[in-house]
Write a protein that binds this ligand. Structure first.
Ligand SMILES: *Cc1c(COP(=O)(O)O)cnc(C)c1O
Length: 387
């Protein structure tokens, strides 16, 4: 750690110092900053379907609090295991087309618990270079030899898989929709590789569950590859409007994780209200596909407005829309200017993304209004043409 003050100063000078600012939720799709008047259009939320304020989730959480109280009181293997946890796990297993499910305290905890349970010192991990930090940390914690393959490049992955020994245990781990680039993994090709080279395949659907698939089961459902994915992981904190995470897998795999995933074993069970809200969300996304349709309509509308406004860059296939700026300071400056104009958009910069690829990251939600999206697109296009 060393010299704190010096470290902070250097970071600040590089335009890379992160800090927290307090905020309030505003009307749908908006936030308010404590120290500034007026509302900002929020382009940084992962609450893609707006479920965190949905009456069905609020009712389920409220009911669970009156029935069970606020905390679960212990880890699942102690006395913290409630019927609501197991109901949620059954529902998530069904959604993902697997035999069983297991919940975790968060996505970070799921990835740092599951990966070290699966592989160890003598094993291999093939990890997409742009995987989320929690996946990288899980890989490191496992002690397995981790080989990062080029982002979304199955040919590169295959050239690396050829070096794997026949009987060596290996895990391929990817995201289905990438959190910073908003692009989509070539899942069928990955399933073929994992079969050909006898690996386990784990897919993190943090940004896809609820948003893709006929029932909201994510890219795994949309691509119809449930059987080929050994571990279908995802979170409840994004499109599902709640908190926590899950993995769906074979019954055997789940029994194994219950005994081996340390972030599951040694951590308090999810609060009953949180589990109840997640369960309500899983039911809702199956029953109301129009929630997804409304979101995708808004995404299409915003992208068309950007393109018409003169942005020629590829805007990607999903609700996560990166606009590449390059330099960190410039990205921060543009985000700051947009803030004064009423848009809350994050400048994503290293180390979250590779050096020289700082960007504005827009996330679209179902709650955005079309006139807000049109206004935002116009402001962004103006800023980019004058910068
Ligand atoms: C957000 C995210 C996580 C972490 O989930 P939390 O529940 O927020 O801890 C893991 N993986 C990916 C791809 C994510 O985007």
């Amino acid at each position: 750690m060393g010299d704190l003050k010096g470290w902070l100063q250097t970071r600040r000078a590089q335009g890379q110092l992160r800090s927290l600012s307090p905020l309030h939720k505003g009307t749908a799709g908006h936030i308010r900053l404590t120290d500034e008047p007026g509302e900002l259009i929020d382009f940084s939320s992962n609450d893609y379907l707006g479920l965190s304020s949905h009456p069905a989730l609020i009712a389920a959480a409220t009911e669970a609090i009156s029935r069970y109280g606020t905390g679960s009181g212990a880890a699942r293997l102690m006395s913290g295991n409630l019927a609501i946890h197991q109901e949620l796990e059954t529902a998530i297993a069904q959604l993902k087309g697997k035999e069983a499910g297991l919940t975790f305290g968060s996505g970070y905890m799921a990835n740092t618990g599951i990966i070290p349970a699966l592989v160890g010192r003598h094993d291999l991990i093939f990890s997409d270079r742009l995987n989320h930090a929690s996946i990288h940390d899980g890989c490191r914690l496992s002690g397995a030899k981790t080989i990062r393959f080029r982002h979304n490049d199955p040919a590169h992955l295959e050239s690396l898989l050829k070096k794997k020994q026949e009987n060596q245990t290996a895990l391929i781990v990817v995201e289905s929709i990438y959190s910073m680039d908003g692009d989509r993994c070539p899942l069928p090709a990955l399933v073929e590789l994992k079969n050909r080279y006898h690996c386990l395949l784990m897919v993190d659907e943090a940004h896809a569950t609820g948003v893709y698939g006929a029932n909201g089961g994510g890219i795994i459902e949309e691509d119809g590859v449930g059987a080929g994915v050994d571990l279908a992981m995802g979170t409840f904190g994004k499109a599902l409007g709640s908190y926590g995470a899950y993995v769906a897998a074979s019954k055997e795999m789940i029994d194994y994780l219950i005994n081996r995933a340390r972030s599951f074993i040694f951590s308090t069970a999810l609060p009953p209200a949180v589990a109840a809200a997640s369960l309500a969300a899983v039911k809702l996304i199956r029953q109301e596909p129009e929630l997804r349709r409304e979101l995708h309509d808004k995404v299409r509308f915003f992208k068309e407005a950007l393109t018409k406004g003169g942005i020629s860059a590829e805007l990607g296939p999903s609700q996560i829309i990166p606009i590449l700026i390059g330099d960190s300071k410039k990205a921060v400056a543009i985000a700051q200017e947009l803030r004064t104009l009423g848009l809350f958009v994050t400048a994503v910069r290293p180390p979250t993304v590779p050096e020289g690829t700082a960007r504005l990251r827009f996330t679209i939600t179902r709650l955005h209004q079309e006139d807000d999206l049109a206004l935002a697109a116009r402001l962004v296009c103006e800023k980019l043409s004058t910068n």
